[in-house]
Design a binder for this molecule. Structure first.
Ligand code: NAD
Length: 472
């Protein structure tokens, strides 16, 4: 199908005084019950799918402008990802929506005539606030879940990817305008949104802002799903395939220029194989970027000058030694994938979330020491990676908790859009993706139905209480 010629307008914040009415409209629409209808949900999901197809050129262009993202990454991690999300919900929606009949072991024989079931109710009008690194994916992927669940929604894209935010506006125009809306802006607009009453808020972003969202939501007892970040460790033991570990870990930091909530912040590596790891990282670097990283069309740029300065400061403050990369160009917001060899867990490269193409390598004596350090740096990171023997990998999983984990690779657990994704503790509350996206915006309501004929049996429960009735 030929793409429609659509010009995406300049980024504009939503007027603050328009926000209450926008939110009221989606709340009122929810009360009409029209979004609960399965056909309505399916039509909206199909419209979203075709909007993504139709606006593919605009999406590619926006992401190139916002993050210097390659078409390759845009297609796989934004457009195709979202199209697959839509297809998954379309395919399984009627099944997800079905009441679940409850039987044994939940319902004992004596209660079995009361027809216990779980009814799947949309939670209501929801707010989705998203981060900048996958600006379309992180905005629309939870939205797919909200549509599938039968909710109405207001979306707040990140202001740091303004071109993508305006493409999202165009996408939303193709869906029901009473049920879904976009509010653009930064802190004032988000604050105005948080002043409204929501039935659920899904927020993706930093832990600092996550705490602000959670605190504000608590005032009105609004449930929240928080998708936050973390200082993710990677463990590499002397028994790992070091060349493989190096290639996979470097990819995890080069992909989207390391602006991935799941990418590793630091590698804890057994001392015997530190030199080998560094040599293999450099070898992989040369393979990935044969003409240098700066010339590569595949390496995204850092999103803006503020984040460039933050990453530069981490490198300026480190007491470690750069052992791979290190080049940067402020004008182009370019930072080479960079590894720093450190020897203290207090180093800025370990303590701060990098969320960029830079990471540290921290030599350790053994896996016990590595786990001790990682648990002290951040007890519940979003992810962890382990490269070792089966027993070593199991030890890592058993002795450190994380939102998700990948063995022998970089974030494969988060590369599949159909399995639950989320943090734990201070790296996130709740999860979404696949069926979890539907569940995230669904209230699972237990319903019981007591037939009239049961009165003969139920008389034992009525006052006046009499043990003798039980024996009759
Ligand atoms: P951010 O917290 O700066 O911004 C996220 C959203 O919050 C934006 O829409 C922004 O407008 C809004 N916001 C910012 N400050 C606010 C305030 N004071 N009050 C109300 N709203 C506010 O996050 P970011 O820089 O876009 O993203 C980077 C962070 O997000 C990293 O920590 C990363 O690990 C995390 N992240 C997590 C996931 C995940 O799925 N767990 C995915 C991507 C990014």
């Amino acid at each position: 199908m030929a793409a429609t010629k659509v010009t995406i307008p300049e980024y504009r914040e939503t007027a603050l005084d328009a926000i209450p009415a926008i939110c009221q409209k989606v709340r009122d629409t929810f009360q009409t019950h029209k979004t609960k209808d399965a056909e309505f949900r399916l039509v909206q999901l199909r419209k979203l799918y075709w909007a993504l197809v139709d606006l593919t050129p605009q999406i590619k262009e926006a992401l190139r402008k916002d993050l210097g993202k390659s078409e390759y990454e845009t297609v796989f991690t934004e457009i195709d990802w979202l199209k697959n999300d839509c297809m998954f919900q379309i395919r399984h929606l009627k099944n997800f929506m079905k009441d679940e009949k409850l039987g044994s072991p939940h319902v004992p024989l004596t209660y079995s005539f009361m027809n216990y079931r779980i009814k799947k109710d949309p939670i209501g009008a929801v707010l989705i606030i998203s981060a900048y690194n996958y600006p379309l994916h992180l905005l629309l992927s939870p939205f797919v879940g909200a549509i599938a669940a039968g909710c109405t929604a207001v979306l707040k894209p990140t202001e740091m990817a303004p071109h993508t935010a305006m493409v999202a506006v165009e996408i939303l125009k193709r869906l029901d305008p009473d049920a879904y809306a976009i509010v653009n802006g930064a802190i004032p607009e988000t604050t105005a949104l948080l002043d409204q009453k929501w039935d659920k808020i899904l927020y993706t972003g930093s832990a600092t802002v996550g705490a602000i969202i959670a605190k504000k939501a608590a005032e009105t007892l609004t449930p929240v799903c928080l998708e936050l970040g973390g200082r993710n460790p990677a463990f590499v033991t002397k028994n790992a395939n070091i060349a493989l570990a190096a290639r996979r870990l470097l990819w995890g930091k080069a992909h989207n220029a390391g602006q991935v909530c799941m990418s590793h912040n630091y590698i804890l590596v057994e001392r015997e194989v530190v030199d080998s790891l560094i040599a293999h990282l450099n070898e992989s670097f040369r393979e990935f970027f044969p003409n240098g990283a700066k010339a590569s069309p595949d390496l995204s740029r850092v999103v803006n000058a503020r984040h460039f300065a933050r990453l530069k400061k981490m490198l300026d403050n480190t007491k470690g030694k750069i052992v791979m990369g290190g080049q940067m160009d402020e004008k182009e917001l370019f930072i080479e994938p960079t590894a720093v060899l450190v020897d203290s867990m207090d180093d800025s490269m370990v303590q701060e979330e990098s969320f960029g193409p830079i990471f540290s390598i921290f030599p350790v004596d053994n896996l016990d020491q590595a786990l001790g350090i990682a648990n002290k740096v951040h007890r519940t990171p979003l992810t962890l990676f382990s490269f070792g023997t089966k027993d070593e990998n199991n030890k890592v999983l058993n002795e450190m908790l994380s939102g998700g984990a990948t063995i022998n690779d970089s974030f494969t657990h988060g590369s599949l859009g159909t399995v639950p994704f989320g943090g734990v503790g201070d790296s996130g509350w709740g999860s979404y993706r696949g069926k979890a996206s539907f569940d995230c915006f669904t209230h699972h309501r237990t319903v019981a139905e007591t037939p009239a004929w049961m009165e003969a049996l139920l008389r034992v429960r009525y006052m006046p209480y009499d043990w003798a009735k039980l024996r009759q």
